[in-house]
Design a protein around this ligand. Structure first.
Ligand SMILES: [Zn+2]
Length: 705
C-alpha cells in the first residue's frame, strides 16, 4: 500500500524570472510562486486551461536556465553549476507537482489529454538535459575537484548525486552510443505504454461472466447488484459480471461458495494476459526485458538489475537476493502450517478435494472467523475518521516530535472534501501545510499516496506543502464517517511519508525529504504504521463513535494477534513476485526467452516457497509494477523497507517506546536527513547496527531457528 509517486523531473527547481510573454505570466497562476501562506497552490484561480501553456513555459524557462549554465564564461564551480542546476526548472516543477496531484486525485478528460500530450515531451526534455555534453562536462569538472572545494556534507552529497545521475542516464557515452541509448529509451517507452494499454484491455476483457445468480452465492446484495449492473454495461444484460482487480487473487474469492466459480475466476485472473490475442503481453515483456538488458550493457552493467540498484540502499541484485533468500525458509514453514490447517478445515467439512490457490482465501477467511472470531463490522464503530486523524495520527506525532496541528479553512482546495492543517514545530515555529484527501472518487487513481505541492528547501526559501490521498468509502450524508482498520493503517502509513517531508531540513531541493531511494522511502511510512497498534496511541483514538468507550481488551487483542494470521501467504506472494522481477532483470542480453510460462514456472519452482498453493501476487504477464510503472528490479523494496521499519521500531521498544526523546532522535538521525548521507550510515546511526531481519520475522510470527 502507499506507493509514493516517484517524481524526479530533471533539474527540477528554479527561481529565475520567466521568459516569454509577460501578459501570460500575469494571468496564469501557475507561472509564479503563490503568494498564499507556504506558497500553497492557487486552487481558487487555477483552471485546466492553464496547464498546457504553463508546461510549455516551464520547459522553455528551464532550457534557458540550462543554456545560461553551459555558456557561463566562468570556470565551473559548485555555485555556478550545481547550485544553478538546483535552482533551474522551478516553474516546470511547480506546474508538474500541481498537475500530477490533480491528474491522479481529481482528473477529467481535459487533464487526461494534457497528460497524453506532455508525458513524452517531458521525458524528451529530461533526456536532453542529461545527455547535454556541455552541461555534463561542467558537472564532471566540479566533481573531479570536489575534495578541494571545502564543501559541506550536504553539498558533497548533492554534487555526487548530480554527477551519478548524469552517468546513470548515459552522459559519458560516445555520441554513437548516445544515439543508440536514445533509440532504446524511446523504444522502451513505447513498449511500456503498450504494455499498460494491453493490460488494461486484457483485464477488462477477462472479467468473469456467469448466467445464474446461484453461481455467485456468497456475494452480498450490494456486490450482486454491482455485478448485474457491470454485465449490463458490458452488453450482457441479464447476466452477472465480476471484474478483475490487478492482483492474482481476487477479493470475491474469499466469499464465493461455489468452488467451480472460484476456479473459473482464478483462471480468468491467472491467464488474463495470455489469451493468444492482441492483448497477450508475453512477446512484449520478452522484448522489454531484452532491451533493458541491452541498455544496461551499453551503460557498462552486467544486467539491468545491477544498473537499477546502483543508487539504491541494497546496491546490488545479490544483496537484494540474499535478503529475500533469508525470508524463504521461515515463510515456507509458515506456508506449510497454514496449508495443513486449511486442508484440515476442508476435510472437517467432509470435502475430499485438495487445496488449490482458488480455495486459499475462502478457507483462510473461514479460519480467521473461527480462530480470531471478529469481523470488520465489530471494529468499525471504533474508527471514526476525524478521531483517528486527530487523536491517533496527530497524537502519536505530537507525543514523539512535539509538533501541533491546526485546521485552516482559508487555504483553497481542489475538491470540497479536502481538508488542510497547518503544522507547527515544537517551539510553535511554522513547519508546513498538510492536505488530506481521503475519500474514493471515480476520477481518482486507486490506492493511497503522499506527495508534495512544495518541497522544503532553504536555498529556495520554501517550506513543505504536502498531501495525503486515500480511497476510503465515504459515509452517506448524516452518517458517521467510520473506516476500516486497513484504512487506519493507511492513514498512519501515508502520514509517515508526510513526516519525512515535513521534517526535511535541507538546503538543496533535490536531496530534500522524500527524495531518497525506492528501498528507503517506504521506511518512514511503514515505521509509522507501528504506532497504530501501540497501546497508548490505540487507546487514545480507538473509541466508540457513540459512547466514547475504548475498544474492549479482548477485541483489541484479537486485532493484535491478526498480524500473524496467514502471514506465510501474505509474505510469500510478495517474495515470489519480487523474485520473478529480479530473475527477469538479471538476465543477460544474449539470452533469448522463448517460453515465458516456462521461464516463470522454473523460477517459482526454484524459489523454495510453496508456489503451488501460494501463487505470486502478480504473474509476469500482468506485473504492471515492473513492465509499466517504474518498479523494475525494485519490487523487493517493499520487503526490504519492512526489515528497516521493524528493526527501527525494535530500537524504540527497547528504549522506552513512545517518548519525545526517542522521537527527537529518530527525527534528528533519519526523518530530517533527506538524502544527505548514505542510507546504511543513516540507518546504523539510529539503530547502532546493520539492518537485522529478525524483528520483521517476529512481527509476522515467523520462526527463525
Ligand atoms: Zn508508502
Amino acid at each position: 500500500m502507499g506507493i509514493l509517486h516517484p517524481r524526479h523531473v530533471a533539474g527540477a527547481f528554479a527561481v529565475l524570472a520567466l521568459m516569454g510573454s509577460s501578459a501570460l505570466a500575469r494571468t496564469n497562476p501557475l507561472l509564479q510562486p503563490s503568494t498564499l501562506p507556504y506558497e500553497a497552490p492557487r486552487f481558487d484561480l487555477i483552471t485546466d486551461a492553464d496547464f498546457a501553456p504553463a508546461f510549455e513555459q516551464g520547459m522553455l524557462a528551464q532550457n534557458n536556465e540550462i543554456h545560461a549554465i553551459t555558456v557561463n564564461p566562468d570556470r565551473p564551480d559548485f555555485v555556478n553549476t550545481i547550485e544553478a542546476l538546483e535552482r533551474a526548472g522551478r516553474t516546470l516543477h511547480r506546474v508538474d507537482m500541481t498537475f500530477d496531484n490533480l491528474y491522479s486525485a481529481n482528473s477529467n478528460p481535459r487533464l487526461d489529454a494534457i497528460k497524453t500530450k506532455f508525458a513524452p515531451l517531458l521525458t524528451q526534455h529530461e533526456d536532453e538535459i542529461y545527455l547535454n555534453t556541455a552541461l555534463f562536462n561542467r558537472v564532471a569538472t566540479v566533481y573531479q575537484k570536489r575534495n578541494s572545494l571545502d564543501l559541506t556534507q550536504e553539498q558533497m552529497h548533492v554534487l555526487t548525486e548530480w554527477y551519478q545521475r548524469f552517468l546513470h542516464a548515459g552522459a559519458s557515452l560516445s555520441s554513437r552510443e548516445k544515439t543508440r541509448l536514445k533509440d532504446l529509451n524511446s523504444k522502451l517507452s513505447v513498449l511500456e505504454s503498450s504494455f499498460q494499454q494491453k493490460l488494461v484491455a486484457a483485464t477488462k476483457a477477462a472479467g468473469l461472466v456467469v448466467d445464474v445468480e446461484k453461481k455467485l452465492s456468497g456475494l452480498d446484495a450490494n456486490a450482486l447488484n454491482t455485478a448485474f449492473g457491470a454485465a449490463e454495461a458490458a452488453g450482457q444484460k441479464g447476466r452477472w459480471l465480476v471484474p478483475l482487480q490487478n492482483t492474482t487473487q481476487q477479493p470475491s474469492l474469499a466469499v464465493l461458495k461455489d468452488r467451480e466459480t472460484r476456479q473459473a475466476l482464478f483462471q480468468k485472473s491467472w491467464t488474463r494476459a495470455e489469451q493468444g490475442d492482441g492483448n497477450d503481453t508475453r512477446a512484449l515483456i520478452v522484448r522489454i526485458a531484452h532491451l533493458r538488458a541491452e541498455k544496461a550493457r551499453l551503460l557498462g552493467f552486467r544486467n539491468y538489475a545491477a544498473y537499477q540498484l546502483e543508487n539504491q540502499m541494497a546496491k546490488t541484485p545479490e544483496a537484494a537476493n540474499d535478503f529475500m533468500n533469508q525470508l524463504v525458509a521461515p515463510t515456507r514453514a509458515a506456508q506449510d502450517e497454514e496449508e495443513q490447517a486449511l486442508t484440515q478445515l476442508i476435510q472437517a467439512e467432509g470435502s475430499t478435494f485438495s487445496l488449490a490457490p482458488w480455495d486459499w482465501d475462502f478457507y483462510a477467511d473461514k479460519l480467521r472467523r473461527k480462530t480470531l472470531g471478529y469481523s470488520e463490522d465489530d471494529l468499525k464503530p471504533y474508527f471514526e475518521l476525524k478521531t483517528v486523524l486527530e487523536d491517533g495520527v496527530f497524537y502519536a506525532a505530537t507525543s514523539l516530535y512535539g509538533i501541533t496541528f491546526n485546521q485552516r479553512h482559508d487555504i483553497p482546495v481542489y475538491q470540497s472534501d479536502v481538508v488542510v492543517y497547518e503544522v507547527r514545530d515544537k517551539d510553535d515555529a511554522p513547519l508546513g501545510l498538510m492536505y488530506f484527501d481521503y475519500f474514493a472518487r471515480d476520477n481518482k487513481f486507486g490506492g493511497a499516496w503522499m506527495s508534495n505541492f512544495v518541497e522544503q528547501s532553504k536555498l529556495l526559501n520554501q517550506k513543505p506543502v504536502i498531501y495525503n490521498v486515500g480511497n476510503f468509502v465515504k459515509a452517506a450524508p448524516g452518517q458517521p464517517q467510520l473506516i476500516t482498520f486497513d484504512d487506519v493503517i493507511t492513514m498512519f502509513h501515508e502520514f509517515g511519508h508526510a513526516l519525512h517531508g515535513l521534517f526535511a531540513d535541507q538546503v538543496y531541493p533535490s536531496v530534500s525529504g522524500t527524495n531518497v531511494a525506492r528501498d528507503f522511502v517506504e521506511f518512514p511510512s511503514q515505521f509509522n504504521e507501528n504506532w497504530a497498534l501501540y497501546p497508548k496511541v490505540f487507546a487514545h483514538y480507538a473509541r466508540h463513535y457513540q459512547t466514547g468507550a475504548t475498544m474492549p481488551e479482548t477485541l483489541q487483542k484479537k486485532l493484535f494477534d491478526a498480524r500473524h494470521f496467514n502471514a506465510g501467504y501474505r509474505l510469500g506472494e510478495v517474495v515470489s513476485a519480487a523474485m520473478l522481477d529480479m530473475k527477469w532483470h538479471t538476465m543477460s542480453p544474449l539470452r533469448k526467452i522463448k517460453d515465458v510460462d516456462r521461464f516463470e514456472s522454473t523460477t517459482l519452482e526454484k524459489s523454495g516457497l510453496d508456489t503451488a498453493h501460494v501463487p505470486p501476487r502478480y504473474r509476469s504477464s500482468y506485473f504492471l509494477h515492473i513492465w509499466g510503472n517504474g518498479y523494475q528490479a525494485g519490487y523487493y523494496a517493499y520487503l526490504w523497507t519492512q526489515m528497516l521499519d521493524h528493526d527501527a521500531f525494535d530500537w524504540f521498544k527497547k528504549h522506552g517506546g513512545l517518548t519525545r526523546a526517542n522521537g527527537q532522535r529518530f527525527r534528528d538521525l533519519v526523518l530530517s536527513r533527506g538524502h544527505t548521507e548514505d542510507y546504511d550510515a543513516m540507518f546504523e546511526a539510529f539503530t547502532g547496527h546493520a539492518p537485522d531481519i529478525k524483528p520483521m520475522l517476529d512481527f509476522y510470527g515467523l520462526k527463525t531457528d
